[in-house]
Design a binder for this molecule. Structure first.
Ligand SMILES: NC(=O)c1ccc[n+]([C@@H]2O[C@H](COP(=O)([O-])OP(=O)(O)OC[C@H]3O[C@@H](n4cnc5c(N)ncnc54)[C@H](OP(=O)(O)O)[C@@H]3O)[C@@H](O)[C@H]2O)c1
Length: 241
């Protein structure tokens, strides 16, 4: 996507597009000329965003923990678009905060399923077609927690460290292929992800007013995917000025 306002009109798949960072990324890419496919479980939120963005946005209701559902959603997307999306933004994620001893094996597994296995499944399904055309861009939304550890982050940090490793392996494998891969890792962002924590009333957490906005993260994603084609932004780390 070297020229977002020119004749090239990329297609972009954004997972976790029903709210928060994913919705902001979808809006920003669409406003810059992309045809966006919005994937999440929340059908009503997706339909509302499709109405807001415009008629050619594509809603994909899908639980990323279900590999068969992911495969069906991506196959219908590829059919509708006549090929793989030009841009994948692997953004869907869940946040889980509990000490190691208070994290059940099930909760640990669920966090890995959404934050690590699902992005892998999306890439696994679409990468062969991207390779075939020697083009495309895989953007992974990481986190400050993919390089830093915090108490209570056993499941989340394990998933995000693993996700960064997946990104780095893909970068090593795809260098020179024409398929670009970028990791965008924000610090705290003011979204509904924090609702269960209520950070404004918890010592040790960043107050919402001091967090990044989803729109700032979306600007970073737009920057990454509109960089000249010979430039791969390997990793971008975002924090408040
Ligand atoms: N907020 C932060 O402080 C922060 C900081 C760094 C990185 N991040 C990362 O940024 C990404 C987005 O976070 P956010 O703050 O925007 O969170 P959010 O507001 O809670 O949104 C999460 C998105 O993921 C989707 N999702 C969750 N589970 C899903 C599932 N099983 N299947 C399909 N979609 C699912 C949700 O849609 P449905 O519920 O409709 O399915 C929603 O669209 C995550 O990867 C997160 O780890 C966030």
């Amino acid at each position: 996507m070297a020229d977002p306002v020119g004749s090239f009109r990329p297609t972009a798949l954004v997972t976790g597009a029903s709210r928060g960072i994913g919705a902001a990324v979808a809006r920003r890419l669409a406003a810059s000329g992309a045809r966006v496919a919005l994937l999440a479980r929340g059908t009503a939120a997706l339909d509302a965003l499709v109405r807001e963005i415009g008629h050619d946005a594509i809603p994909l209701t899908c639980d990323v923990r279900d590999p068969a559902m992911v495969a069906r959603a991506l196959s219908s997307l590829t059919e509708e678009c006549g090929g793989p999306p030009d841009i994948i933004v692997n953004n869907a994620g869940s946040f889980f905060l509990a000490s190691t001893e208070d994290t059940s094996v099930q909760a640990f597994g669920e966090t890995l399923a959404v934050n690590l296995t699902a992005p892998f499944a999306v890439v696994h399904a679409l990468l062969p077609a991207m390779r075939a055309v020697n083009a495309g861009h895989i953007v992974t939304i990481g986190s400050v927690a993919d390089r830093m550890t915090f108490p209570g982050n056993a499941a989340y940090a394990a998933s995000k460290y693993g996700l960064r490793a997946l990104h780095e392996v893909m970068r090593a494998e795809l260098r020179g292929s024409g398929v670009r891969v970028s990791l965008v890792s924000p610090g705290a962002v003011n979204t509904g992800l924090w609702d269960a924590v209520d950070p404004d009333n918890q010592p040790g957490f960043t107050a919402r007013a001091d967090m990044l906005t989803p729109e700032a993260v979306a600007d970073a994603v737009l920057y990454v995917v509109t960089a000249p084609l010979e430039l791969n932004v390997d990793e971008m780390r975002l924090s408040r000025t």
